[in-house]
Design a protein around this ligand. Sequence first.
Ligand SMILES: [Cu+2]
Length: 130
Amino acid sequence: MRVRATVALAAGAALAALAAPAAVTQATAHTGLEASTPRHGATVARVPATVTLTFAGPLTRVDAVRVTRDGRGDLVRRARLDPRDARRVVVSLTRPGRRAQAARYRVVWRVRGADGHALRGVVAFRVRGR
Ligand SMILES: [Cu+2]
């Protein structure tokens, strides 16, 4: 399943309306989420130590990442751009104890693409535990 990336409309639409055709092409080449580990919709045995988000193009900034467990809390220890690959966001997690891991997890992310657009989305996965 592909994760939907929502683009902040106001700035993009205004720019696209004013821009020349070449710039419009660039503005519509959004830096969407391409892949993640775990994948969206996956069921895994344990909570991973890190979640990675891979985008189609480079990012300039990670604005916010939150990882909830059954809709609550935040397991994020640290979220940052991969210093070797600006298309990747690496999120390290505080993992619950083994017995508390079975749950539904949501990675709620907000980043900024190199084209200046804000992007946001959610990667959901499930841990069956044990
Ligand atoms: Cu864009």
